[in-house]
Ligand binder design. Sequence first.
Ligand code: NAD
Length: 484
Amino acid sequence: MKADSIRLPRPLNLIDGAWVAAASGREMDVRSPIDGEVFTRIADSGPEDVDAAVAAARAAFDGGPWSKLTAAERGRLMLRLGNRILEEAEELARLETMDNGKPIKQARADMIATARYFEYYGGGADKVHGEVIPFLSGYHAEVRREPHGVTGHIIPWNYPAQMFGRSIAPALAMGNATVLKPAEDACLSALRIGELATEVGFPAGAINIVTGRGEVAGKALSEHPGVDFMSFTGSPEVGVMIQVAAAKNFIGCTLELGGKSPQIVFDDADLEAVYPVLVNAIIQNGGQTCSAGSRVLIQRGVYDKVMAELKARFEAVTASDSGEDAVLGPLISARQKKRVETYIAEADAPLVARGSIAQGSPEGGYYVAAALFGPCEPGSKIAQEEVFGPVLCAIPFDDEADAIRIANGTDYGLVAGIWTSNGGRQQRMAKAMHCGQVFINGYGAGGGIELPFGGIRKSGHGREKGFAALHEFSRIKTVVNNHG
Ligand code: NAD
């Protein structure tokens, strides 16, 4: 893929409807994970740029044209943006692959999903409303649902376009004005979609995008006293900082911080259906998915059989340069490659299989061959920590109680997959899982815009997706009228 065949966004921020350079004039290099080469630049913004973006959002929310739109009009704008994303999907996908390294097929699917966020929440904009409460005689009591005001959004690099849609679409639907800080490692699709938003007529200040480093621009946004609600997706370490900053400003926040999600395979499962899903749930997007199925718990009676099949399938996985046939592309950065390779090299469990890296893959790209470990001790480092790479660890278990103990035995709780043909067990296991989403005889890493999604404990709190996100991005006000 050549940079000159793709329209690249300029190194500018979107503030108050205009594309502007960082006030300092600073820019940063952008490297493609496919070959490690610098192919463009982005604005390296500072606190003063965040100030300007928050002020623009405030003006849009407090009496600006954005605040005057009806819910139906906001929804219509969002539907238009969804349509434009679909029209530009191929070019956006190519930009995403260049910037993030993900296989082009995955990038295409991401663009459809991104458009869906604007369609789904555009359709929802005028369907969330308050209620009237029967109260004392002579009183009218109602509960209104109102936007927070200015919402801050800090998103990661793993699904840049999807995260853009997932974070800001529900906020916009409820009438908030948004300031988004995309990840410095991959933010070009967010900038390009920002251009499309301006083109379809979003009023100035409704969507502001400020690029730059997390510890500078991200920190400034998370600590900004002008922000009324924060939404963060990324690492637990930064999530804690976001929550502390939100506490100091007495505002709410949602945190989506990743996981170590188990897929639990009982001996009565339809194993042929299980295998491709197990592999895909950790290979998809290079394992850089918060809801990746990174642990597989296998009932002892079928452990050897399942592992023999997984070994063959892992050995057949080839990392390559994200072209049409790629299933596993490079990881996002040299830093992430080193992190994942260190986990593999230092793993405290037997290595069962390694995939390969395609011959002729560009020098300097961030390729890592897939790895399968097992049997892993449930408490081992490789079975406890989020690797965020194509690394699966297998853990044998004896019975339901054992599976529940192991599945719930990490600091995380995001998603669980349960594979069994026993209906009672399906229900018992779903109830016993300490997490935000459970799949039975299936697994949807990252799938399903309609399905509320989020975690507990180190996976974070609050819910994105579904109508639950519309509730997160609004608050209720009780109004009591003594009309006599
Ligand atoms: P990160 O948490 O550092 O970055 C996520 C976002 O937060 C980026 O936009 C970044 O610019 C911003 N950020 C960084 N420091 C900040 C700060 N001090 N204040 C405010 N914003 C800040 O994540 P990372 O370093 O890119 O990845 C590290 C690990 O995090 C990964 O290996 C993975 O385990 C996890 N992760 C999880 C998800 C997820 O979807 N849950 C996404 C990305 C990374």
